[in-house]
Design a protein around this ligand. Structure first.
Ligand code: SF4
Ligand code: SF4
Length: 167
C-alpha cells in the first residue's frame, strides 16, 4: 500500500475536500461518459452477436437427403444431467433406426452441451439461439418438428409490438 492510499481519520476534512472535489470529480466522469459511445443496445430491435462457443437452443441435424441423422441410440438421453431428453426409437426391417419421438424439455435443460458431445452421429447440436420465449412449460417441450427448425423460434418483433412466433 502506498502512503497516498492511507486516509488519516483523525485529520478533519475541510468543506472543499468533503464536497467540492468529489462533486467535480463526479461531473468530470459524467462528461467523459456523455460523449463516449454507449455500450447498451436497443434489444430486441438490435441483437448482440454471442460467442462462437455459446450454447443455446438445440437443433436436430439432417443429412444431404434431408433425413434426420439421429439413430435413436439414446446416448444423449443417458448422459443428460437434467434428464430432459426423451427418445423413443423405431427400427425398420432392414435394421435402419430412427427416432419415432424425440423431445427435449428446454425449460429443464442447463445447456451443458453433453448431448452434443456424446452423440456419435453429430445429430444434435446446440445453436447460438438464446432468445426464445414461451408462455407455458408445455411450449418448452421441443419435439422433432420444432427441433428441426430452431431459427423459427427466435423472439421477433412484429408491427411495433413484441411477439414471439411459437405455435
Ligand atoms: S445441453 Fe445438457 S442439460 Fe441440455 S439437453 Fe443437452 S445434456 Fe441435457
Ligand atoms: S441425437 Fe445422437 S446421441 Fe441422441 S439418440 Fe440421436 S444419435 Fe443418439
Amino acid at each position: 500500500m502506498k502512503d497516498k492510499d492511507i486516509i488519516n481519520v483523525r485529520k478533519r476534512q475541510g468543506e472543499k475536500e468533503k464536497y467540492v472535489r468529489p462533486l467535480l470529480k463526479g461531473l468530470a466522469h459524467t462528461m467523459k461518459k456523455f460523449w463516449s459511445k454507449p455500450k447498451t443496445i436497443q434489444y430486441p430491435d438490435q441483437k448482440r452477436e454471442v460467442s462462437q462457443r455459446w450454447r443455446g437452443l438445440h437443433e436436430l441435424t439432417r443429412n444431404e437427403e434431408g433425413e434426420l441423422k439421429c439413430v435413436a441410440c439414446g446416448l444423449c438421453a443417458s448422459i443428460c444431467p437434467a434428464r430432459c431428453i426423451d427418445v423413443t426409437p423405431y427400427e425398420e426391417e432392414g435394421g435402419i433406426r430412427y427416432p419415432k419421438e424425440f423431445e427435449i424439455d428446454e425449460s429443464r435443460c442447463i445447456f451443458c452441451g453433453f448431448c452434443q458431445e456424446a452423440c456419435p452421429k453429430e445429430a444434435i447440436k446446440l445453436t447460438r439461439i438464446y432468445d426464445f420465449v414461451n408462455f407455458s412449460r408445455d411450449e418448452c417441450r421441443f419435439d422433432i418438428e420444432k427441433l428441426s427448425d430452431s431459427k423459427k423460434h427466435r423472439f421477433k418483433q412484429k408491427k411495433g409490438k413484441y411477439e414471439h412466433l411459437l405455435g
